[in-house]
Design a protein around this ligand. Structure first.
Ligand code: GDP
Length: 451
């Protein structure tokens, strides 16, 4: 039978992790310094969103870990609290989109967001929720198993639907995995159907396993539509507000970011960020990528020579930085200084210092006035979303999507919202019952974004 055991866990983490009121990046974000780092005016959150966040903080304080350290774990009851656990797996850009989506789902469904971060995610962010922590307690019975295939087979929403064991009327399991990774099946996808939310709502513990920007699909659902409209009257800034609230760089990350900024970027009158992401570097040639970038920047006059500028290049490879520097750098033209903070060669997994560099690159990109990003890359979506800058998205050729000579080398994003790459078919705007302001993405024809 499916898992109907009562799930009672001790919500007191052994390791004292807690909200830090002295988070420098959060302080700077709320002060005059914010305009120094991000010159594009930040959109203002709605009063309704602010009130919702304060209510959420109360809920998290009441229900979340460390809320009452005197509580005997055996007696801990989660009866009137519900949780959603976020367990990430892919790159940092993907994770940030997944985390932001899960948080919005928590807000919409009055759940407490807890995160299961491994050591590779240590100290990237300040904890967001006052007087509590967002870490999943170490006493949680299924730690680091939430994403496993076995766990999915036993405890996922999709499996349960497939076996027809969901009981829409009566009992609900104590814990349900919601598997929404790119290879999710037709049963898993039914999570995005309004008629299943009532059942999901009765489950006290959800584990969302995904790394994508689910929010366009939430906008397509009747269940959430009116609340989303109230929270985000300007719906093209959803990710921006969520990320700015949830993901403040830790003091360590902030030191790296502001140190680099002050040393190299602060003086420029205009800052241009290039984010160059090549998914298949063995099959996509350097000249082919460079050609797309140059064709885009020349056509749209992204690099005129008049003012004092800096170019910040984020890429795993050093070659793009060297090429751009040789073409536009101070040595050849004067005026334009070209920088790169790191060049890691390739994506690493499970590596904290690599993730710290990625976070630093994302944030430094977000301090640009003009952004040139790469198609299909969540890394670029996150930078543009935090920046509040509509990027020029360069169509990076790859073996599966060779770009024809008559196709544009880049497209200006219609807004700063990220793209969700793997929506279910029934969430497309031309399907009956969809209700949101959602369209196909500029760079991924099968993806959806809020417009
Ligand atoms: P995506 O794969 O482009 O959608 O972006 P993700 O962030 O999800 O995954 C790519 C991962 O590769 C990042 O998290 C980094 O670990 C690494 N990476 C890719 N591009 C860069 C870059 O420009 N700078 C740094 N430091 N790391 C990068």
């Amino acid at each position: 039978p499916f898992f109907y055991l009562p799930l009672r866990i001790a919500l007191s983490s052994r390791r004292p992790r807690i909200y830090d009121p002295t988070c420098d990046s959060r302080r700077d974000h709320h002060s005059y310094s914010a305009t120094k780092y991000h010159r594009t005016p930040s959109p203002q959150p709605s009063p309704y969103l602010l009130a919702k966040l304060r209510d959420y903080e109360d809920l998290h304080r009441r229900c979340g870990p460390l809320s009452d350290p005197t509580l005997n774990p055996q007696e801990f009851r989660t009866d009137d609290c519900k949780f959603v656990v976020y367990a990430p797996s892919q790159g940092l850009g993907n994770r940030i989109l997944g985390l932001s989506s899960t948080f919005l789902y928590a807000l919409l469904t009055n759940r407490v967001l807890l995160v299961e971060f491994g050591p590779d995610m240590e100290d990237l962010f300040c904890e967001p929720f006052p007087n509590s922590t967002w870490y999943l307690p170490e006493t949680f019975p299924f730690r680091f198993q939430l994403q496993s295939h076995r766990f999915r087979k036993a405890y996922s929403f999709g499996t349960l639907l497939q076996k027809k064991e969901e009981d829409q009327q009566n009992s609900a399991p104590a814990l349900l995995q919601i598997f929404l990774q790119d290879k999710y099946n037709d049963y898993d996808k039914l999570f995005f159907r309004d008629e299943n939310q009532g059942f999901v709502h009765r489950v006290p513990w959800l584990a969302l396993v995904h790394d994508g920007y689910l929010i366009p699909c939430l906008f397509q659902m009747q269940s959430f539509r009116s609340e989303l409209e109230k929270l985000f009257p300007d719906q093209e800034t959803v990710f921006h507000h969520l990320a700015k609230y949830l993901l403040s760089p830790s003091n360590e990350a902030w030191e790296h970011i502001t140190g680099f900024y002050k040393a190299y970027l602060a003086k420029a009158e205009e800052r241009i960020g290039f984010q160059i992401r090549v998914f298949e570097p063995k099959k996509t040639t350097f000249p082919a990528v460079m050609k797309q970038i140059m064709s885009c920047t020349q056509k749209h006059r992204i690099l005129p020579q008049s003012r004092s500028k800096s170019i910040f290049v984020a890429s795993l490879s050093r070659k793009y930085y060297e090429e751009i520097d040789s073409m536009y750098g101070e040595r050849s033209h004067g005026g334009i200084a070209v920088y790169q903070a790191s060049h890691e060669g390739k994506q690493h997994f499970g590596d904290n210092s690599h993730n710290m560099k990625a976070w630093m690159d994302i944030y430094l990109l977000s301090m640009s006035d003009v952004l040139v990003t790469s198609s299909m890359s969540t890394f670029g979506y996150v930078a543009a979303g935090i920046a509040g800058v509509r990027p020029w998205i360069v169509m990076i050729p790859d073996p599966y999507h060779p770009r024809g000579a008559d196709e544009p080398s880049c497209e200006r994003a219609v807004n700063i919202e990220p793209c969700f790459h793997f929506p279910p078919w029934f969430a497309y705007p031309d399907q009956p019952g969809t209700v949101g302001p959602v369209a196909r993405c500029e760079d991924v024809s099968w993806g959806l974004k809020i417009v």
